[in-house]
Design a protein around this ligand. Structure first.
Ligand code: SAM
Length: 252
């Protein structure tokens, strides 16, 4: 039996097949693409990126887009269910993904001495790490797997604002679906529980660590990056209260 403690430690265990089956309704690929525009592709091209490791590929949204844009993508995730859905989504798009199951804590064991031009961790994924030791270790492993001059792109929900003012969403960025209602059923500085209710079809919940923007920036800088830029809803200038998602771009 998978206990809650186990799910918190191994975040990918929070995605059983019935949650994965609803994930793409929650994302809404078309609206997500409209919201982010060419932001990620532009950052990657600006930094002469050819090879990308997507360590939280989920159902494949970013990996598929980047393959279509001509990047060489390796996609990993801890969840076998997510990887199966990514494979099915790629097949529908008539492309193939290089899919690998890996827990972030074992990234170096998985990829050995392979190095990438960019590593992405998107869709508010890093928030699955509850221990400071794990967060530091994963951040250091990502750094190790990047070439010199390589780019890390990592995003997060604007937890500073959620903790202070409550949860709200413009339904414009990252998770854009309007067939799933999102609410926060628990929040404190250490744990936030989101409930995702699909009209007439039950709900699933995710338990996450509400990492603050300053904490994430500190972790990135401690790993050794030369340059870190933080965006809010894809803009350099942003309102810290009304922004939904934060994007960090770091260059090694
Ligand atoms: C919030 S989902 C985001 C998925 C995708 N990036 C998106 O934007 O739709 C978080 C993803 O991180 C994966 N994940 C969580 N904890 C993980 C871990 N410790 N190691 C590897 N993958 C993990 C989950 O399986 C899930 O696919």
């Amino acid at each position: 039996m998978i206990t809650k403690t186990d799910q918190l430690r191994k975040g990918w265990r929070q995605y059983p097949s019935n949650t994965v089956a609803r994930w793409d309704d929650f994302v809404n690929w078309e609206k997500r693409q409209q919201g982010e525009g060419a932001f990620f592709v532009d950052v990657l091209r600006r930094n002469n990126v050819k090879t990308v490791l997507d360590i939280a590929c989920g159902t494949g949204y970013d990996s598929i887009r980047l393959v279509k844009e001509g990047f060489t993508v390796t996609s990993s995730d801890g969840s076998a269910e997510m990887l199966a859905q990514a494979r099915a989504n790629a097949r529908k798009e008539r492309i193939s993904l290089n899919l690998i199951q890996s827990d972030w804590r074992n990234l170096i064991d998985t990829f050995k001495s392979e190095q990438f031009d960019a590593i992405i961790c998107l869709g508010n994924s890093f928030t699955h790490l509850f221990s400071e030791k794990d967060r530091q270790s994963v951040m250091n492993q990502i750094y190790y797997l990047l070439k010199k001059g390589g780019v890390l792109i990592i995003d997060q929900r604007n937890y500073d604002s959620i903790l202070k003012y409550g949860y709200s969403s413009k339904h414009k960025y990252v998770y854009c679906g309007n067939t799933i209602d999102v609410s926060v059923v628990h929040k404190d500085e250490q744990l936030i529980t989101f409930r995702y209710t699909k009209q007439g079809n039950g709900y699933f919940e995710l338990n996450l660590y509400p990492i603050k923007v300053g904490e994430m920036t500190k972790l990135i800088k401690q790993a050794g990056y030369e340059q870190v830029t933080t965006y809010g809803d894809f803009e350099k200038e942003f309102n810290p209260r009304s922004t939904d998602f934060i994007q960090h771009v770091a260059v090694k």
